[in-house]
Design a protein. Structure first.
Length: 363
């Protein structure tokens, strides 16, 4: 079997890391990988030429819906090729909806509520929670707790609350009460009537105007949650090492933490492996898995995360909620024991190999 990956530009090599992991796990199952990157005009032209030729492949995996608009004789090549087409998303589908609205493919969502959103839009979608490469991660040895740094690592990028609040100014008077009740854009879309709420069906059409508002609300809520997280840990006396694009700008919110510039994906994974805890806060992923959950746990590092109900259910110990305690109460033996069992759980149940084997078995 041959899998065709359609990719593009990505920040700090994150998507490239996912792709490499998928390809490694595919290879261990005897599946050959082909990549067509659309990272610039020349690459797009090459990809179009390849797709219009007799390129041999059995399934298509498009990262973020890239390549779906490539046509030949007025027909979308990837949708009319007669091969299974999957669109792999790592973010909420509302941000890229125009790329795959009306697609004949299947959208793979890392969160169950993202699946619900796609289905509301008439898009076939499956729950495909984030995973790691078993082939790559099994080579990584766990660092025992007694040899780790004391770092509480918070890998994020800067989100400007005031910028997104200003963007929402024209409609703020009408939506503010609902935004202020929402912890994530999913909750907002439920309250505003775009998504079902309990037994209440959707009452508001998701037109372009509503979609744009929902996107801005999502960014606003993420920005606010990120800022609140930094303030909370500062108030509790827990110094975080905050790594990511533009995070030095958070010093105006609180200068308590150590802010460091972005590093590439491989370097960040090394830091995660050495850290004692990774802090994770990303509203809108409450019913799914995020790379900042599965990567640290595969590397033997515990996670402090918000809205951890689903994660606790599927993984168990080694996941902690933010509290006012001096630190999550776990002794060295327990830490190392949880780290070993969590790593085994991730490698055996939450690898790309397992995900794709399950996906291909159900068609």
């Amino acid at each position: 079997m041959k899998a065709l990956f359609i990719t593009g530009n990505n920040q700090y090599g994150v998507a490239s890391h996912f792709l490499n992991g998928m390809q490694q796990d595919f290879a261990s199952s005897g599946i050959e990988s082909i990549e067509l990157s659309l990272h610039n005009a020349e690459a797009i032209a090459h990809a179009e030429q390849q797709l219009k030729s007799d390129l041999d492949y059995d399934i298509v995996i498009s990262f973020n819906g890239l390549g779906l608009d490539i046509v030949d004789n007025g027909q979308r090549i990837l949708e009319e090729c007669g091969k299974p087409l999957y669109i792999f998303l790592v973010d909420h589908p509302l941000h890229l909806l125009p790329r795959f609205l009306g697609t004949k493919g299947t959208v793979l969502c890392v969160d169950k509520e993202h699946v619900t959103f796609c289905q509301l839009c008439g898009i076939k979608a499956l729950f495909f929670p984030h995973a790691i490469s078993a082939e790559l991660m099994k080579e990584e040895a766990i660092v025992p707790e007694q040899e780790k740094s004391n770092e509480w690592l918070f890998p994020v990028s800067f989100f400007d609350v005031s910028h997104w609040r200003e963007k929402l100014a024209p409609t703020w008077a009408n939506i503010a009460p609902l935004v202020n009740q929402s912890q994530s854009v999913t909750r907002f879309m439920q309250l505003v009537g775009v998504l079902p709420l309990g037994k209440r069906p959707p009452t508001l059409e998701l037109n372009n105007n509503v979609l744009q508002i929902c996107r801005m609300v999502d960014y606003y809520l993420r920005a606010k949650a990120r800022q609140d997280c930094l303030v909370f840990f500062a108030q509790q006396g827990h110094k975080l090492t905050v790594i990511g694009k533009g995070v030095q700008r958070y010093q105006s919110i609180t200068d308590f933490h150590d802010y460091q510039p972005a590093i590439d994906s491989d370097a960040l994974l090394t830091r995660i492996k050495q850290a004692k805890f990774v802090v994770h806060n990303s509203p809108g992923f409450e019913l799914g898995l995020h790379e900042r959950i599965v990567q640290p746990m595969a590397l033997g590092t515990h996670v402090i995360t918000y809205d951890a109900g689903y994660v606790k259910h599927v993984i168990g110990d080694g996941v902690f909620l933010p509290t006012s305690q001096q630190a999550p109460h776990v002794d060295t033996d327990s830490y190392n024991g949880f780290a070993a069992s969590n790593r085994e759980a991730i490698l055996s149940r939450h690898s790309w190999k397992v995900r794709f084997n399950n996906l291909l078995s159900i068609g």
